[in-house]
Every structure is written in structure tokens, then in C-alpha cells.
Write a protein that binds this ligand. Structure first.
Ligand SMILES: C[S@@+](CC[C@H](N)C(=O)[O-])C[C@H]1O[C@@H](n2cnc3c(N)ncnc32)[C@H](O)[C@@H]1O
Length: 383
């Protein structure tokens, strides 16, 4: 497919997303209905669609409407691509621009953050808010975590270099390496297949390092999910980690991941937690994911006030259930990949006020302005 035809396809997909279809479903359906398109075409169309999602409101404003065609027009203008080179009307390219569509947008460009959270972020970031908005429109970097159970940072760098993958260290965390975005050799590289490196954003790594998992400690990852943090906890503590999730099926790939990483992870059902204690309980709570909206840009257009309220309830539950699991003298580290006060500082302040015998010792607050995803962590101890 020529580039203009890919943009035309992206317009169709965006039209479906706009009416509520998940982006992954709309892209999959488009691929099934257009079998002539190769994997390179499908990837390129997906990239355009995700760029539109990252510019959801600004592309509509600058393009002059909220349909797929005008959002793609807006995206081209915002990213400095001449629309006339795409809207040619030839072959499978989009039709030429009408006189009305050719009129340039004059006015203030919206932030591409949902109005539900924009005020909070504007207040939090102050003078840095415009920089945050710009950063959130970009694509997320491709970060790796060196698995200290299998390799040193230098050895991992050398193994990646042997497969032609050049990485750079990320200042956010000593185990974090950044690979060129979209480097598809990674999944076949020896460093990855042998468990020397894992895919993990540098801020996630920094949140685990913030919890200071130490050798010999009893550690529970209470919201394990796919297990990225659990593997990281095991590597930093050089010891076993107990893993739990309210939806255990989310941990189904973990035994294989743990085997590859050389990590000792022990699944614990909810009933098996009663009456037991851990020196470190790590609670990577369900959240809006606002810190990773570059990676999952659809999240920003789907978030509703009801979802946020439900997440706040779940976060409070997670904190309340985790508190009694912490051994005397131990710590509870609450983490989210969110940048919203409601899910972060407010959630831990409410917990401290509710329980009366916990305090916040310190917090970590990261955003894309620090170079990785947005992330929050709070170190909580009993008073
Ligand atoms: C942010 S994700 C965890 C991501 C994971 N730690 C990782 O590093 O890939 C949150 C997880 O919390 C789980 N969860 C939600 N509510 C929970 C609860 N009340 N108790 C325990 N886990 C819960 C979800 O099933 C989900 O897997």
C-alpha cells in the first residue's frame, strides 16, 4: 500500500473507534476485511491510528471535525506533513480536500488530556503543564530491564550489541536500558530469549527500586497481574517473592516468564494470605493508567467519572486488605501508573486518615517529563 492509502485505511478505523469500538478490534477487523494488506501495512496503519488517539482532541480541532478523515487531516497538520501529499484523490488515497477543509484552523489547540483530569494535571504541573501535554502526545520509549539474576548491565549491553541492538542507559534506574523504538529484533535476540533482559518501562523499574526489596526479606506482590513488578522484585532482592492477584488467570504466563528469568515466584490464593505477614507488601493497584497513556493512548478517550470512582474504591480496598499483611516493622508500598492526585496522594492520605496508625514516609512521583511513563509510589509504615 502507498502511504496515502494507509492514511485512508486509518480513517476508516478511527471512524469505528469514535463510535465505541476498541482500537484493537477495529484494527483487527480492518485487517481481516483487507487481506491484501501485509504486516508492514497493518503496522503502519496501527501507528497512524495510535497517533490520532494521542492527538484525539487536537486533531479534531485542527482538522475541523471529529470523523476519521478530518482527524487524520488534523494529525497531518499537527505533525508537519503536507496534507496535499496524502489527500490526492488518486488510487486508494483520500479524496482531495474541499475548499472548506482546506481552511487552516485558527484558535487554541486543546491539550489531548480528558477534561475530567486536565484541571488536576494543570494544577499539579504548573509551568511544566505545556511540556507534559507535548510529551503525552509522543510515542512511548522501548525500555528494557536488565535481569540481575542472570546478568550485569554490562553483560546485557554486550549481548544486545552482539545482536546488533544498541541501547543507552536510562538515568531513572540503574537497571534500565533504552532500545531504539520499534526495534523488532529484540524479541529474537539472545539477551531476551535467555532472560538477561525483560521489557519494562524505566519508571516501573524505578517504582520497584523505590520499595528497596532486600535479600532475605519476605516479599508479597499483592497485585501481580502479568508479573513485571514481581520479576523485578525477585531480581532486586535476589530472593523468592510471593505473588497474588484477585484475578489469578492474569498470572497464567508467569511460570514461564519466571523460569526464563530464573526467579522464584510462589502463587498465593487470597485465602492463603490470611494470618501471614510479609516485610514488604507491594501493591501495584489497578488505576486509570494515565501515566502510560502514550503507550495505551485509547485509555485517555475511554476514561469516565464512573470508572475513576470505581478505581478509587478498588484502590482503597487494596490498601485496606494489604495493611494487616505487613509484618511488624515492615512496609506497604502502594504504586500506580497514574499521575492523578485522586489515585495517588489522595488515596494514601485517605488511607492514613482512615486507619489512624499508618504514615507516609516518602513518595515517588514520575511523569514522562522524567523520561519514562508516569508513575507514583508511596512508602507506608505503621506509626
Ligand atoms: C496495575 S495491574 C498490575 C500490573 C502488574 N503488577 C505488572 O507489573 O504487570 C493491577 C492488578 O491488580 C489486580 N487487582 C485489582 N483489584 C484487586 C484486588 N482488590 N486485590 C488484588 N488484586 C487486584 C488486577 O487484576 C490487576 O492484575
Amino acid at each position: 500500500m502507498v502511504p496515502a492509502a494507509r492514511y485512508a485505511a486509518a480513517m476508516q478505523v478511527v471512524d469505528r473507534i469514535r463510535t465505541g469500538t476498541r482500537a484493537s478490534v477495529a484494527l483487527r477487523d480492518w485487517g481481516r476485511a483487507n487481506r491484501f494488506a501485509g504486516s508492514g501495512d497493518r503496522r503502519a496503519i496501527g501507528d497512524i491510528v495510535h497517533d490520532v488517539l494521542r492527538h484525539w482532541w487536537s486533531s479534531a480541532a485542527v482538522g475541523g471535525g471529529d470523523g476519521g478523515r478530518l482527524r487524520v487531516l488534523g494529525l497531518l497538520r499537527l505533525t508537519g506533513v503536507d496534507p496535499a501529499s496524502i489527500f490526492t484523490g488518486t488510487g486508494h488515497a483520500p479524496d482531495e480536500l474541499s475548499a472548506e477543509e482546506a481552511v487552516q484552523f485558527q484558535g487554541e489547540i486543546p491539550s489531548d488530556l480528558p477534561s475530567l483530569v486536565e484541571g488536576d494535571l494543570r494544577q499539579r504541573f504548573g509551568d511544566d503543564f505545556p511540556g507534559l501535554v507535548q510529551a503525552m502526545r509522543g510515542r512511548a520509549p522501548l525500555d528494557l530491564r536488565v535481569n540481575l539474576l542472570r546478568s550485569s548491565v554490562a553483560e546485557a549491553e554486550a549481548a544486545l550489541a552482539a545482536d546488533g541492538i544498541t541501547v543507552e542507559q536510562v538515568p531513572l534506574c540503574k537497571t534500565a536500558l533504552r532500545a531504539p523504538a520499534g526495534d523488532r529484533r529484540l524479541a529474537r535476540s539472545r539477551a531476551y530469549l535467555d532472560g538477561l533482559v525483560e521489557l519494562q518501562d524505566a519508571s516501573s523499574q524505578a517504582a520497584v527500586a523505590f520499595a528497596e526489596p532486600r535479600p532475605g526479606e519476605r516479599i508479597l506482590d499483592y497485585c501481580t497481574g502479568a508479573g513485571g513488578k514481581a520479576l523485578s522484585l525477585a531480581a532486586l532482592s535476589n530472593g523468592p517473592v510471593d505473588v497474588h492477584d484477585i484475578a489469578p488467570e492474569r498470572m497464567r504466563d508467569l511460570p514461564e516468564r519466571a523460569r526464563r528469568a530464573g526467579a522464584a515466584l510462589t502463587p498465593r490464593g487470597t485465602s492463603a494470605l490470611q494470618g501471614r505477614h510479609w516485610d514488604l507488601v507491594f501493591a501495584d493497584a489497578p488505576c486509570s493508567g494515565s501515566g502510560s497513556w502514550r503507550r495505551d493512548p485509547e485509555g485517555r478517550i475511554r476514561l469516565t467519572a464512573e470508572m475513576l470512582a470505581a478505581l478509587r474504591t478498588a484502590q482503597a480496598q487494596v490498601l485496606d486488605v494489604c495493611a494487616p499483611l505487613v509484618a511488624p516493622g515492615g512496609r506497604l508500598v502502594y504504586a500506580t501508573c497514574s499521575m492523578l492526585s485522586a489515585e495517588n496522594e489522595d488515596a494514601v492520605t485517605d488511607f492514613v486518615n482512615r486507619t489512624g496508625n499508618w504514615r507516609v514516609c516518602r513518595t515517588l512521583s514520575l511523569s514522562p517529563l522524567n523520561g519514562g511513563d508516569g508513575f507514583f509510589a508511596a512508602w507506608l509504615e505503621r506509626t
